[in-house]
Design a protein around this ligand. Sequence first.
Ligand code: 6PG
Length: 252
Amino acid sequence: MSRPTRDLRAFADPAALAAAGAAEFFARALRAHANGRIFCCALSGGATPSSMFRQMAERGSLARLPVGFWSSVHFFWGDERDAPPDHPDSNYRLAWEALLGRIDIPEKNIHRIRAGSGPALAAAAAYESELIQFFALHPGEFPRFDLIFLGMGDDGHVASIFPRSEALQERTRLVAAPFVAKLNSYRITLTLPVLNNAACIIFLIQGNDKAETLRRVLTEALHPDQLPAQAIQPGTGELLWLVDQAAAAALD
Ligand code: 6PG
């Protein structure tokens, strides 16, 4: 495993970071729409992306988008908490309130991880079946998302792949449902083979509490078991780190 070339861009503050993330989304999704292709985007959760989602919704409600643009976009999730869609912890709820409920996107284009109404393992299996069907996968194939947004925890976790998690070793399943001891809860997450098969992965990282971890991830020897963000190495895809100055504070 070698370290991919790094495209890191630092922005003055969270608002500028959110605008940059939204601009990257529209640049790619509009190109796909212009070429008559659908655009499959997996959203991240946590607190960071909500500002970007709101900026996407604001641009999405203006007349500046081509007719039918949102009908060519399909939203998925990189991970989800073991909580129902109306729960404060739900990544779906975060995206619905900040973006999806504010744009004219067909319901069938929103591929929620159906967590919170049964075991996390069942939600993971259902999501995996939906991915296999939607991407028309043959056995052993992985879906290729056009864009996956990821955040990073201050422990270096990505999606819901945490340090020393068994999910780090998953090489065949598309979706896993690891028990996260530090959270005392199950999560549902795309696995590394799926994440690393994306055409483009964009990290969105903000805040001084991420600075030391970001420095370790980008400059120290590769120990993905301790720093799962180091395991994000898209084979043929782009890898873009969008950070604010606070998160970049420990980088030279
Ligand atoms: C989640 C996310 C997770 C998140 C990081 C960073 O479900 O929590 O998918 O991977 O991106 O924990 O979260 P913050 O943006 O809240 O710092």
